[in-house]
Design a binder for this molecule. Sequence first.
Ligand SMILES: C[S@@+](CC[C@H](N)C(=O)[O-])C[C@H]1O[C@@H](n2cnc3c(N)ncnc32)[C@H](O)[C@@H]1O
Length: 250
Amino acid sequence: MKLRLDDRVLLFGKDESYLVTVSRRKFNVKSGIINLGNLIGKSYGSKIKTHIGKEFCLVKPTVIDYFSKLFTRGAQVILPKDISLILAYTGISPDSFVVDAGTGSGYLTIFLAHYLSGGKVVTYEKDKRFVRVAKENIKSSGLKNIRLKKKDISKCIDERNVDMITLDLQHPGKIIKNAYKSLAVGGWLVVYSPTVDEMFEAGKKMKKYFSDVKIVENIVREWQSERTLRPKTMGLMHTGWLMFGRKVSS
Ligand SMILES: C[S@@+](CC[C@H](N)C(=O)[O-])C[C@H]1O[C@@H](n2cnc3c(N)ncnc32)[C@H](O)[C@@H]1O
């Protein structure tokens, strides 16, 4: 595929990388200037040089690059390591119907919508500031299978026969009964929380309605491989817990 105006490209250099949109502009990088107009007609995998000869490989960006280099962050977001468990533990299929709340910056919504190539995500956000941030991120993602509702999900969930509901908000316990009503039999409720007391409270409610309830934490430890091979001294120590429950009767 030949690159055209408005295509997105990851410029991957030795010590630096940038996500750019093909245009006729000049773009400053640490090691010089790149004329983005020169990307037109090139293919992913080919190379481009700055005005002082530093080389960059042209890489097709993925949703993970959008997370780190394109989207705006408002509220605390769910990170890929935790999103991976949501997909793996529920085994949700790409044609599923998912409800997500609160939207926040829209990271989880966007990742889910990206995965649900034949499905869709309805996401609820009650705060207009985050609606604005999420709308912008959703627009930049280019995804068309997301519906953002400015609404308090604790009041009501409009959707029925939902395959999965994800909750990343305060007081998730208040929403569990309504989530149960909205889910299809066999559907999953996933609650994410950074605090153990909230998990404890939500857990009591969850066990009243859902089967197979489990709480997990995904601890990821990165290793360094320069000179010696050993775990990195600094890293992401804590994000949150995930609680899963499955609806088995109507
Ligand atoms: C931690 S953020 C969610 C981050 C999001 N999962 C992401 O990955 O970007 C929590 C959001 O939930 C919203 N929220 C809290 N209670 C809500 C409710 N009852 N209904 C809808 N949104 C709610 C907050 O305004 C906030 O934006």
